[in-house]
Write a new protein. Sequence first.
Length: 156
Amino acid sequence: MEAQLAASAAPSPTRDDPTIWRVDDALWAELQPLLVVDKPRKKPGRNRNDDRPILDGLIWLARTGAQWAAWPRDQFGPKSTAHDRLQEWVEYGCLGRAWARLLTEYDGEIGLQWEWQAADGCIVKAPLGKKGAAARPRRPGRTRPTAPNAARSATC
């Protein structure tokens, strides 16, 4: 009973309550100008989603190693919007600048081993993929005759 009261009395998280994948307010003030893309809108519509939860989601994706299918929509918004924003930021070079700033901040707080870094990956054959020799169209082979071979004439 006391544990329930203590849990309910715990303060609720505020906007500046960073986790391992949420950016705090001070760092967001530095990152927000780096992520601005000045391009004209092609057609009218909804206002642009906030960049902060999308960046938090991209950090979550990198930290957990999860796939896009596991994207928590309730925390970071639609994954299609996040993927579009990721592609836009990469195209305009915004993500590289913001990521460099994040690494600098992380290096200052925790420390990175800049001398030794490794990338991990796995390349496997797609089990249902139709690439390669099996998918290439094959030329039709020689058509075999359907009638039986003619017998020799006994009179010749």
